[in-house]
Write a protein that binds this ligand. Structure first.
Ligand code: FRU
Length: 483
């Protein structure tokens, strides 16, 4: 008997009702992770944007706080960031708490004019007041001028705002978050240029295994992604408080799947443990308004911890599920196969049918040409295929169940991959209607949504060779109620 699938994720953030896009204002303060997001409270499609607010102490259990910022005379509330103003540079402090300051884009709906504005909270993020001197950065005559991401730059003792401006980013500096001065621009003619640049982020990151620090610049682009539609690229280089210099010699993507957009990182986690934690909107502008959920639309990726690694003389970002996810792993609902196998076949499996799980698969690729991972229910399935000759990992959603709402959604999604030391290690993180694949320790990521009418209950791995290439397999259900 086929059981109907509930498309709502269990451990990824999704709004209880109505439309959500970009994560905004991500800031950690006093033990709490704050997440705001682009929200339209009157429907399941994009509309006049608000900032909705939700909070968590573990990045997985969220408590909704309602709407923090409503549209006003200056426009809709578009994407932006938030910081802790420890030195009270903006002068908003009124009690013992450090002021939290949000820096966001005001988007005027009649003429599309975009300016940057502030709002602040003196009660640890509970309530927000818009600054009476808004906007703090006027529009210089460029339509696409948005998504400010602000950091405190310790060496120069200044705030730095990275702003997306059509086909590049502009860096502004300020002593007080109110008066901004243009320092430099980066990007025209650099990186992917198939669409408008949006939602940048700039931050330092220590190279793993060394004390070297590099600067990372994330830039979302819509369209122009590697598999069509919207996607996020990154540059690695240096930043001296004025100028960003990129060392990239090729385009690097945060995610080589298709459903990870507008992602940025939390500010002020240095107060806790100094991790650099990323969160993206798990959709694609090409079909974001057509996905088949009812009453709500939009979900975030899992929070991912960023590492900067060195490989073949190149610097790369590696993405790991944040350690907090381990606390949601069920102790009982787990299956491990640690003797080498030619294939794995799980039929009517309760973990697969539960629909939220983490599968770890280690495969030896020396003596094979391909493999196929398939999960489905007999009527509907999704396929992950490795092709060694072409060095690709691909995902096929064309038969996943509900895929007719968009042509791009049905197209095969491809990523170049190389085995590492003769092996491919895949972590598959599945949550009802999403699949995040971390390849070889997160050196590449592929995130996709998939929708079906019925629950999937089978999971198989096979290949055309007769080798016992599957060295290790583990599937573990992820249960949000377990703390
Ligand atoms: C990115 C984006 C941002 C903008 C927001 C509007 O997805 O287009 O550039 O601020 O969404 O909702």
């Amino acid at each position: 008997v086929l059981k109907h699938r509930n498309l709502r994720p269990l451990f990824h953030y999704s709004p209880q009702e109505n439309w959500m896009n970009d994560p905004n204002g991500m800031v950690y303060y006093d033990g709490v992770y704050h997440l705001f997001y682009q929200y339209y409270p009157d429907g399941t499609n994009w509309g006049p944007m608000h900032w909705a607010h939700t909070v968590s102490t573990d990045l997985f259990h969220w408590e909704d706080k309602g709407i923090a910022l409503y549209p006003d005379d200056m426009g809709y509330i578009f994407s932006g960031s938030a910081v802790v103003d420890k030195n009270n540079t903006a002068g908003f402090k009124s009690n013992d708490n450090d002021p939290l300051v949000a820096i966001f884009t005001h988007h005027k709906s009649n003429n599309g004019l975009q300016t940057q504005s502030l709002a602040y909270s003196t009660d640890k993020g509970e309530t927000w007041t818009k600054y009476e001197g808004n906007p703090v950065l006027e529009n210089p005559g460029i339509v696409d001028f948005r998504d400010p991401k602000v950091i405190w730059h310790e060496p120069t003792q200044k705030w730095i705002m990275t702003l997306a401006v059509l086909d590049h980013v502009s860096f502004y500096s300020s002593p007080n978050l109110i008066d901004w001065h243009l320092e430099s621009e980066f990007g025209a003619g650099r990186g992917a240029q198939g669409g408008v640049w949006e939602c940048p982020d700039l931050f330092p990151l220590q190279v793993e295994g060394s004390d070297e620090i590099k600067w990372v610049l994330l830039v979302s682009i819509n369209p122009g992604g590697p598999n069509g539609g919207s996607a996020t690229q990154y540059f690695i280089g240096s930043f001296d408080g004025t100028t960003f210099t990129s060392e990239n010699n090729e385009i690097k993507w945060v995610d080589n799947g298709i459903d990870n957009y507008a992602g940025v990182t939390w500010s002020n986690i240095s107060e806790k443990d100094g991790r650099r934690i990323f969160l993206g909107w798990m959709s694609n502008w090409i079909y974001a308004g057509a996905t088949p959920t009812e009453g709500w639309r939009g979900e975030m990726t899992i929070p991912l911890e960023l590492k900067l690694i060195q490989k073949n003389d190149q610097y790369l970002l590696a993405f790991e599920a944040v350690a907090e996810l381990n606390n949601l792993m069920s102790d009982d609902d787990v299956l491990i196969i640690d003797t080498p196998q030619k294939s794995i076949e799980l039929e009517n499996n309760s973990i697969v049918e539960y629909g939220s799980y983490w599968a770890e698969i280690e495969m030896e690729t020396e003596n094979i040409n391909d493999f196929e991972i398939k999960t489905g229910n007999g009527l509907e399935s999704i396929f992950i295929r490795f092709d060694k000759v072409n060095s690709t990992l691909s995902i096929d959603r064309s038969e996943c169940g509900i895929s007719d709402f968009d042509q791009l959604f049905k197209k095969e999604i491809k990523c170049d991959i190389q085995p590492s030391e003769g092996k491919i290690v895949l972590d598959l993180i599945v949550d009802q209607s999403s699949l995040e694949i971390l390849i070889n320790g997160g050196e590449k990521v592929m995130t996709v949504l998939f929708f079906s009418e019925y629950k999937y209950n089978s999971f198989s791995i096979s290949g055309s060779s007769n080798n016992s290439f599957i060295k290790y397999f583990k599937i573990n259900s992820i249960q949000k109620s377990v703390n």
